[in-house]
Design a protein around this ligand. Structure first.
Ligand code: PLP
Length: 458
């Protein structure tokens, strides 16, 4: 199935909705939500804390657009934080989920969709075996336990600003949600209250893109390290691209039996059919997936070489289980999404083309407005850092002008463009974004950049 962008934006959409946006429904939902949910949200970055204002409560989504409870329509650049690569409400995905629901919503026993999705994932990624779970966090958590069980070692090595989900052992120097809410949580390692030092001590941290530091750490402690886990392209400190030297150092890191775990929860099936690792020529021992693999329903997965994966229960000694793992609705959405991607081999080029033009247009707009930005982009992922750059690691990303970003974000939002509400996130372009959306986005961005300058001069 080919993915066709909608010919016209929805009737409600207008870049001229600008400053007159009504938010009464979102305001009142937020007030109610705050009474019954911490911070009024079920995942922290959604709360708009670093950009200010009231989060928009969404009512529906279609193609490249979100519509909120007040009827405002936005060009969506979050795509549910990555899964919606085909655009929202894609007919093939919707129909597959409806058909699955008509056959029962959960079996607690294996079903045919799990087999088909596993075959498809192994076929395109090169993994020999895969295990489905319910989120990206579960995938990385399970892959790490497996690495410890397989190697008999205790330590994990991760990189500053890489986020691998919210479980204890990896909430150390952990990227966007934590950077965004640093004032609340404290930016030290561990990144969250409630993570015992004893857990955090089992996680060693190195700077992303620092090949000599990685080599030195592996030379000193490699024999104790079960796994090096990494985002092959980082999205969780804003987009950071790996250098060739760093990729070589990652390869060297597995010399002494340490496993290489690529966290492709964000980049898997996004940066190419075989993810960021396929695109970069990396061969990890294990990979973790989430987001796109579930097509908008809750799915995660980890997989890799059969000799390692066969350490997982019921064949191996590493226990891992899930009541809803392999759920038929979730499998059907993942299957329909990956099949649609396979059926449209030109999609990745189209996404890259759109996003590169978006990057070029934004750079030009910032230049014309006299605002300094550094834009990192690869495939359909992009971050506008409000600083001169270059930005290649967490320390450099953290130098960004978050106040300028917040002004820009609000400028986009009131003009009907829904950008990620944090300086330290990637945005995600979908196959439903076309010329109309690109032009409207750039027009809104031009005006929003001018507002930053006007605010600075006030
Ligand atoms: N790993 C990476 C690279 C992620 O970006 C995320 C979430 O954004 C996770 C793991 C955790 O996934 P989930 O939120 O599905 O638990």
């Amino acid at each position: 199935m080919t993915v066709t962008p909608p010919a016209q934006p929805p009737a409600a959409f207008s870049t001229a909705q600008s400053t007159a946006q009504a938010t009464g429904q979102s305001d009142s939902l937020f007030e109610r939500a705050k009474r019954v949910t911490p911070g009024g949200v079920n995942s922290p970055v959604r709360a708009f804390r670093s950009v200010g204002g009231v989060p928009r409560f969404m009512a529906s989504a279609d193609g490249a657009y979100l519509t909120d409870a007040d009827g405002n329509t936005y060009i969506d650049y979050i795509g549910s934080w990555g899964p919606m690569i085909l655009g929202h409400n894609h007919p093939a995905v919707r129909e597959a989920v409806v058909a699955a629901a008509q056959s029962g919503t959960s079996f607690g026993a294996p079903g045919w969709r799990e087999v088909e999705l596993a075959e498809l994932v192994c076929g395109v990624t090169g993994a020999q075996k895969v295990r489905f779970v319910n989120s990206g966090t579960e995938a990385t958590m399970s892959a790490l336990r497996l690495a410890r069980g397989f190697t008999g070692r205790k330590y994990t090595l991760k990189f500053r600003g890489n986020y691998h989900g919210h479980f204890d052992g990896l909430l150390v120097e952990a990227g966007s949600g934590l950077m965004t809410n640093a004032g609340v949580l404290g930016a030290a390692a561990p990144s969250s209250a409630g993570v015992p030092d004893e857990y955090a001590r089992l996680t060693l941290v190195s700077e992303y893109n620092d090949a000599p530091a990685l080599d030195a750490l592996m030379a000193a402690r490699g024999h104790e390290i079960a796994a090096v886990i990494f985002e092959p392209v980082v999205g969780n400190a804003g987009v950071l691209l790996p250098t060739t030297e760093f990729l070589s150092a990652l390869h060297r890191a597995r010399g002494g039996g340490t496993l290489l775990i690529a966290d492709e929860v964000m980049t898997g099936f996004r940066l190419s059919a075989s993810g960021a690792t396929g695109r970069l020529g990396l061969r990890p021992d294990l990979s973790c997936w989430g987001k796109i693999i579930g097509g908008g329903l809750p799915v995660g997965a980890y997989g890799g070489r059969a000799e390692i994966m066969d350490f997982v229960s019921p064949v191996g000694p590493v226990y891992q289980a899930g009541t809803l793992s392999g759920n038929p609705l979730a499998m059907s959405a993942g299957l329909a999404t990956l099949q649609a991607l396979q059926a449209d081999p030109g999609l990745y080029d189209r996404l890259e083309h759109y996003t590169a033009r978006l990057a070029g247009g934004l750079a030009q707009a910032a230049l014309e407005a006299g605002v300094t930005v550094c834009i990192n982009q690869i495939g359909s992922m992009l971050t506008v850092f409000f600083q001169a750059g270059p930005v290649s690691n967490y320390t450099e990303a953290a130098r960004s002008d978050t106040a300028a970003f917040a002004t820009w974000f609000q400028g986009l939002l009131k003009r009907g463009v829904y950008w990620a509400p944090s300086q330290y996130e990637s945005i995600f372009v979908s196959g439903a974004h076309g010329e109309t959306e690109l032009e409207a986005t750039l027009q809104a961005a031009r005006e929003a950049f001018v507002e930053i300058k006007a605010q600075a001069n006030a």
